[in-house]
Ligand binder design. Structure first.
Ligand code: FAD
Length: 444
């Protein structure tokens, strides 16, 4: 029998033009773009800093940003200007390394400069829709109690689609049932593993270069060398392709952990995975330290405040990005960005390996477009999504989820939401010809 709470009145704390829920790469971009388009914009974030997986998750590595000159380019320029861009990798190395603490500050400053109103330490826990099928309120819990927030337009950038799910939108999670066999059915719903990232100091960059320097070696060589070191210490990392990103000459981000079989939308499972992961990181680093040089002073500086959850809900939208889009290199008239990153599924089940899964299709995938329609919820009016919770299938998500794309999606969602709010229309009523020039003019 569930406990029946007493009904109560929730104060409407604010009425605004656009509310963005979740302050990760997508949410920050959506907020800045919305504010720059002229809308009064509120950003609500559950953790104590902006950046999502970039900062709270301690990621340290931006992918698929090269062809994203807009806000993504601006953020990279900003962190570079603040001395927070890793100089360890050539500009054409396919990724951008950054200093997590500089990223936190840069994102706060950028939002502040645009007049985005920020509320940290506040979680969206419920939502309400009007009789006209429009999302009306986001409801939050925090130290201030339970509060209702009203806006003309909402953007779900929670990564897991929390707001959309709370207002009753349809969604998918994990693998679809592949094939008619029992294995396909058994694997349906499996999701990619979590990874708890950590920052490492106390090692000499030159003395450990064979484990992280990729200047004239392919990616897999340093990973195999590091795995061999763990084995020398009598250990095995749960991620079969342990990876080090060099940030500064004495600061490194490590991705060496995989937590399999946990759901990103179940608080107890996230808790259990976090505790297991932190314990493994300390075990692995202590193991290396016990080997002596070059590891004798190695230290964990910090583990992520939030374990990295690769996938949660994929909210149903007015278009669904699929594997077919990738195979055909599909183009759209309402394209908001081009994704160049390919399929990248971290093994969803330990029994199928502990690294990255092999490509599921023989045909090569092509760069493809994300259409604005994939960012507009189909289940309720007045709601957009940006980042990893947009409308897509399992394999397409494994490609577009990386942060260069999340930022571009946020930028487009922010402009569209602002235009809709300022003209009392719904996002799907805003013509793409109105959005496009504003996305371009927001580019540096
Ligand atoms: C371990 C790991 C490694 C990765 N490696 C790379 C990589 O090398 N390069 C790359 O570019 N991408 C990488 N990715 C993918 C990328 O980090 C994510 O897909 C990306 O961060 C998605 O951006 P987002 O803004 O949609 O979500 P997130 O970064 O997850 O941000 C969501 C934000 O919403 C907040 N939030 C969640 N729920 C609520 C709520 N109910 N109320 C209020 N706030 C809420 C969260 O605290 C967070 O700040 C990796 C991801 C993981 C997990």
């Amino acid at each position: 029998m569930p406990y029946q709470e007493k009904s109560r009145e929730t104060p409407i704390i604010e009425e605004t033009d656009v509310i963005v829920c979740g302050g990760g790469p997508a949410g920050v971009a959506a907020s800045i773009a919305s504010a720059r388009t002229g809308a009064k914009t509120r950003l609500i974030e559950t953790h104590g800093q902006l950046g999502g997986v970039w900062t709270t998750g301690m990621l340290s590595w931006i992918l698929d940003s090269k062809n994203k000159p807009g806000l993504m380019g601006e953020i990279i320029q900003r962190i570079e200007g603040m001395g927070g861009r890793s100089q360890a990798y050539p500009k054409n190395s396919g990724g951008v390394g950054y200093d997590v603490e500089v990223m936190k500050l840069a994102l706060e400053e950028m939002c502040f400069e645009e007049g985005v109103e920020i509320r940290l330490h506040t979680r969206v826990v419920a939502a309400a829709r009007s009789e006209e099928n429009r999302i009306a309120f986001a409801i939050t819990e925090s130290k201030s109690g339970r509060e209702a927030w009203q806006a003309k337009c909402f953007i779900d950038c929670t990564g897991d689609g929390d707001l959309a799910a709370q207002v009753g939108c349809g969604f998918d999670i994990g693998r679809p049932a592949e094939g008619a066999g029992s294995e396909g059915r058994q694997r349906a719903g499996e999701t990619q593993p979590f990874s708890l990232m950590c920052l490492i100091a106390g090692i000499d960059a030159e003395a450990t270069s064979e484990y992280h320097d990729r200047t004239d070696r392919p990616w897999h060589v340093p990973k195999e060398a590091l795995m061999a070191e763990f084995r020398r210490a009598g250990l095995e990392s749960s991620y079969g392709k342990p990876t080090i990103f060099k940030i500064h000459k004495n600061l490194f981000a490590w991705m060496i952990n995989h937590e399999y079989g946990f759901s990103g939308v179940d608080a107890q499972q996230i808790t259990d995975a976090t505790i297991r992961a932190r314990s493994e990181l300390h075990r692995l680093i202590s193991g290396l330290r016990s080997l002596g040089e070059p590891w004798s002073d190695i230290r964990i500086v910090a583990t992520g405040a939030q374990i990295g959850v690769r996938e949660g809900r994929r909210i149903h939208g007015r278009y669904t990005v699929t594997l077919v889009d990738m195979l055909e290199g599909r183009r759209h008239e309402d394209a908001i960005c081009e994704v160049t990153f390919g399929i990248d599924v971290h093994s969803t089940n330990k029994s199928h390996g502990t690294g990255i899964e092999g490509k599921p299709v023989k045909k090569k995938t092509q760069p493809y477009d994300i259409p604005l329609r994939a960012l507009i919820a189909s289940g309720v009016d007045g709601l957009l999504m940006a980042g990893r919770c947009i409308s897509g299938d399992f394999l397409a998500h494994s490609s577009y989820r990386v942060t260069g794309n999340a930022v571009a999606m946020g930028q487009a969602a922010g402009v569209t939401a602002a235009l809709a709010a300022l003209s009392n229309r719904l996002p799907h009523q805003v013509g793409f010809q109105e959005v496009l020039p504003l996305i371009s003019s927001l580019s540096v």
